[in-house]
Design a protein around this ligand. Structure first.
Ligand code: PAF
Length: 512
């Protein structure tokens, strides 16, 4: 595609109509810097869509005329940068194009009240309403598949995610982590307005945030008063410094695994923002669901794609069943069982083929635990209270430092109720019976009765959902994914997208 510049909404409309393919949309206000370059090139390299960059200084998101007039402009250079970093087309509308004076039905939007009650929303009244209004107008014109935004403006990102979900737009938001200059300060179009001394101040501020992040890693707590005192002693004028839950923007709670430490400082006439994410352990994905939903295959694939540990809780129940048979333990006798449980270790280790082996007390049992003998007893063994309690504790120990994806029936509800992402994977009875039939027939050529399989699956669902200990339930905050008609790869990609949308890039595998 030739480098295309579109100046009028009509031109955009015509271009859009004749386009074959989907759009990656990168809205900007120009004066493009390395953060924008990364955004444009990331979009270009992630798919075969057409990359459209818009450059529009939106008057609605400025608090005063002076700020709007002083906003840095460099259109010729912006065009060069955008095209050389992967833009296929650039949309440069004028204010009257976006807000025609005689158009009566411009939808002036209000940003989410909850998400504007903190950080920049407190002082910059109306700013996020302006952002929502312009982005909604642009999205309606461009109709993109993907919207690319920087995590530097984390609050803006949350507000726009909320807007897209409220308006039920079928658009994916893709984000990139804050891009920083060699001295550590985040790239921003306003950096150009800073004097040498002011730049030193923002650098001190960013350094202080990173120091706080390192202290948090060790001490798991933060002292806002001390940080504020230190910044003030360096003559830094703070507009706000807050430690918040990164999704609700309410005050961070002790139980929050990920939180955000965000601040705004005033450097001369310029206001600059920066933040870091604080994290106690790496993120956890919990995948629950009934038999035949495709859980194991999907979970393995996700672990591979996101480089997370795959915690196969079913293999732990199977390994323990294997051990009980081998040691001829009468698991109905509580004393015998408890004594055994005290002396057991189950670990997973990666092997040379890139998959993982399961060991129980140093025996590698990866193959043996898939035998028909184990198949026939694992369900009974896993409903014994002592065994359940013991293995849930072991699973939590493995999950202490996070960085894993676990699958089972009670992961999101019991084992890791604080998991960052919970998925309830399911499929219709018909689809599950169809999958099971194909699986069984590939092992044994005998004809399997479809209706009989359906009845067996219904019975198993009933038993799993109604057992007393750790029944199969969908956690309140789990996302339900019905996998009928989707390939394993498509399901895994969907979950990876959820993960990327939720977990800030800055903290993905931070401690690995
Ligand atoms: O982040 C920005 O540059 C602007 O707020 C945006 C999203 C382009 C809307 O004007």
């Amino acid at each position: 595609m030739n480098n295309i510049i579109l100046k009028k909404t009509k031109e955009l409309d015509n271009w859009r109509r004749n386009l074959k393919g989907e759009i990656n949309f990168i809205p900007t206000m120009g004066n493009l810097h390395d953060g924008h370059k990364k955004l444009i090139s990331t979009a270009k390299n992630s798919n075969f869509n057409i990359n459209l960059v818009s450059i529009f200084i939106n008057p609605l998101q400025f608090e005063n005329k002076e700020d709007l007039e002083n906003y840095p402009k460099s259109i010729d250079n912006d065009i060069k940068i955008a095209f050389s970093h992967g833009a296929d087309a650039i949309f440069i509308p004028s204010t009257v194009d976006i807000y025609p004076p005689n158009e009566k039905n411009i939808d002036y939007l209000k940003a989410s009240k909850e998400l504007t009650s903190a950080l920049c929303g407190l002082k910059r009244t109306g700013h996020f309403d302006g952002v929502c209004t312009v982005v909604y107008r642009l999205l309606n014109l461009v109709k993109p598949k993907n919207l690319y935004l920087g995590e530097k403006d984390w609050q803006q990102l949350l507000i726009l995610k909320n807007l897209i979900s409220e308006k039920k737009l079928n658009i994916n938001i893709k984000s990139i982590p804050t891009q920083r200059d060699i001295d550590g300060i985040p790239f921003s179009s306003r950096n150009i307005l800073l004097s040498k001394n002011e730049r030193k101040l923002i650098r001190l501020f960013s350094d202080e945030l990173f120091l706080a992040k390192n202290i948090f890693k060790q001490e798991k707590k933060i002292n806002l008063k001390n940080i504020t005192k230190k910044l003030k002693s360096n003559n830094i004028s703070i507009e706000y410094l807050e430690h918040l839950n990164p999704y609700t923007l309410e005050r961070a709670h002790l139980k929050d695994n990920i939180s955000i430490l965000a601040g705004a400082i005033i450097c001369g006439k310029t206001r600059l923002i920066d933040h870091v994410f604080l994290m106690k352990r790496n993120p956890i994905i919990a995948i629950d669901g009934p038999a035949g939903s495709g859980k194991s295959t999907v979970t393995k694939l996700i672990a591979e794609k996101l480089k997370l540990l795959y915690l196969d809780t079913g293999a732990m129940y199977r390994a323990l069943s294997w051990f009980l048979i081998r040691e001829k333990i009468n698991y109905h006798k509580k004393n015998e069982l408890n004594k055994l449980l005290e002396n057991i270790t189950i670990v997973f280790k990666s092997n040379a083929t890139g998959t993982q082996d399961v060991f129980i007390n140093d025996y590698c049992v990866t193959e043996e635990i898939r035998s028909p003998e184990i198949n026939s007893i694992v369900s009974k063994i896993s409903s014994i209270k002592e065994i359940r309690q013991y293995l849930v504790e072991e699973q939590r120990k493995i999950g202490e430092s996070g960085g894993l994806v676990a699958e089972g029936r009670d992961i999101g509800s019991t084992v890791f109720p604080d998991a960052e992402l919970k998925i309830f994977l399911t499929a219709s009875i018909d689809e599950r019976a169809k999958r099971r039939k194909t699986e069984l027939e590939s092992k044994d050529s005998k004809e399997i009765d479809f209706n009989q399989l359906k009845e067996l699956i219904k019975k198993r669902d009933f038993e799993d959902s109604n057992r007393e200990i750790s029944p199969l339930i969908k956690a309140n905050d789990a996302i339900e994914l019905i996998t009928d008609g989707y390939s394993i790869n498509e399901v895994a990609d969907k979950i990876v997208d959820f993960y990327n949308e939720k977990i800030p890039k800055e903290v993905q595998n931070q401690y690995s």
